[in-house]
Design a protein around this ligand. Structure first.
Ligand SMILES: *Cc1c(COP(=O)(O)O)cnc(C)c1O
Length: 492
């Protein structure tokens, strides 16, 4: 055990940071810390990260990020270069998204912020609606639920078609009422990788005179280069805004997304000004006020370097990898493709011979990260795969690993969940749990030792299998408890 006492006999320097350390030492510490993270490059992490496989584009992005990391997007007149780069990126996105002349946009920090602002603009655009709501397909990204929570816009969630997993425009039409300020479609959905019938959803919105946002956070920089079954851009009448994350398939460093509006009036609602304090007049287009120029400059640099033809090639590579992989896993006994992928995302389910959680552990043991997605209503738990261009060359290796992992998972069988425990969990009211009850629950889930100390196990399957039988409110409460316990300052 090393604790503060070893380095700080007097107890006046509990964090050991009173004296600074050499840059070389600190960099070595950073590298040691990073060694425990998922790899961001190499194409074996099939969620969270996006790898073009282009080392020079990555190097350029890092250099631009560093060059602009201290520039401040707070005031576009003080840093005109940032404004220029923002307008350039929006112009490129507008062209890709078939936006009409007069379209405008803003650079945000990510997909969640783009969605927040789309919801905010819709709310502000309907001041006469007292208790605003939005109509979402059940496959919409949870960022809309977060936006609803933060902004007081009630989500009306409409089940997707149970076979295609696409939004159901007729059911959405029936859900629109006088309080609706926004209707949403995904291009494609994150969980299942399918494109919603955007034209029909947008028609529902247009018919009622409300806005339609297309969430192309993950597909917006890929789909323009692929043959897709549905129109989904501003070419569709009734689409009023589209979000596209550049830190996904534009392969730029994290922290950049775009929200594009059909016209400037539609954007007005997410701008904010305040002259009601003694300092500078605050003037913000997004949630952030002081914002680093780094991610924006990096996105500007990387998109110019790769170019539209480069992106078309990368999109075709990622798509070909998705099609090849889909074809190969279809033949693996025990696995099932949940929906024919429209883009570069794939969801896989298992039959009763094994479970996706064990499969995820077995894949991780073989150097591949795939993301478990839990049971949702009538939908089974699945594995989510996001394929980037860098994964394309290793599809055969992936298929070999999947076959081995499925064989191993079938040999061990699905993780058993004690029926008594499952029944108890299903009937538990998370709001009624006290601290001690919560600690017992974490221990039962395998997330804490008997002393209540949090322990994250090597193999997550038993934990995930248990979380999977928890009703969503209990799962949320449990994981929030884990997050709370993980997020505590620790003396070193
Ligand atoms: C990633 C994603 C988001 C959220 O974006 P963040 O950048 O993680 O905030 C929203 N919608 C879809 C479809 C996504 O794939």
């Amino acid at each position: 055990m090393t604790g503060p006492a070893d380095t700080d006999p007097t107890g006046t320097d509990p964090t050991g940071l009173a004296a600074g350390r050499g840059a070389g030492h600190v960099l070595a510490e950073l590298r040691a810390l990073q060694a425990h993270d998922l790899p961001t490059h190499g194409g074996r992490t099939l969620a969270y990260v996006y790898d073009s496989g282009l080392a020079d584009a990555d190097a350029l992005g890092r250099e631009a990020l560093a060059m602009y990391s201290s520039s401040n997007g707070l005031d576009p007149t003080a840093f005109p270069s940032l404004l220029q780069m923002e307008n350039d990126l929006v112009a490129e996105a507008a062209a890709l998204l078939d936006a009409p002349p007069g379209a405008v946009g803003s650079v945000t920090s990510g997909g969640t912020e783009s969605i927040l602002l789309a919801v905010l603009a819709a709310r502000e655009g309907a001041p006469g609606v007292e208790a605003p709501s939005m109509v979402l397909p059940s496959s919409a990204h949870a960022a809309f639920l977060k936006a609803g929570h933060l902004l007081g816009v009630r989500p009306t969630v409409v089940d997707v078609d149970p076979t295609t997993l696409r939004a159901d425009p007729a059911a959405m039409r029936a859900a629109v009422d006088a309080s609706t300020v926004l209707v949403v479609a995904s291009a494609p959905s994150y969980a299942h990788g399918v494109l919603d019938p955007v034209a029909d959803v947008a028609a529902v919105a247009a018919e009622r005179g409300v806005r339609c946002h297309v969430d192309a956070c993950i597909g917006g920089w890929v789909l323009p280069h692929l043959e897709v079954p549905e129109a989904w851009t501003f070419a569709v009448d009734g689409v009023t805004s589209v979000s596209v994350d550049l830190h996904k398939y534009a392969y730029t460093p994290k922290g950049v997304s775009l929200l594009v509006h059909r016209d400037a009036a539609l954007r007005r609602g997410h701008f904010f000004a305040s002259a009601r304090w003694p300092g500078y007049t605050m003037l913000n287009s997004t949630v952030q006020s002081t914002k680093s120029g780094g991610p924006l400059a990096a996105a500007w640099a990387v998109t110019r370097h790769i170019g539209r033809e480069g992106y078309a090639r990368l999109a075709r590579e990622a798509r070909a990898a998705t099609v090849d992989l889909t074809r190969a896993v279809r033949d693996v006994e025990g696995l099932r493709v949940v929906a024919e992928p429209d883009s570069t995302l794939l969801a896989l389910a298992t039959d009763g011979s094994c479970d996706v959680f064990t499969l995820a552990d077995e894949m991780l043991a073989r150097g591949w990260f795939v993301q478990p997605q839990m049971t949702f209503g009538a939908l089974p738990p699945t594995l989510h795969l996001t394929l980037s261009a860098a994964t394309a060359p290793s599809v055969p290796e992936f298929v070999t690993a999947v076959k081995e992992a499925v064989a191993a998972a079938r040999a061990s069988g699905p993780v058993p969940v004690d029926p008594g425990l499952a029944g108890m969990l299903a009937s538990l009211d998370p709001a009624a749990l006290d601290e001690a009850g919560f600690a017992r629950l974490l221990a039962a889930a395998g997330l804490a030792g008997p002393d209540g100390e949090l322990t994250l196990p090597q193999r997550m399957a038993p934990v995930n299998a248990l979380l999977d039988v928890c009703p969503p409110p209990l799962r949320e409460a449990l994981l929030l408890g884990v997050l709370d316990r993980l997020s505590r300052p620790t003396a070193r």
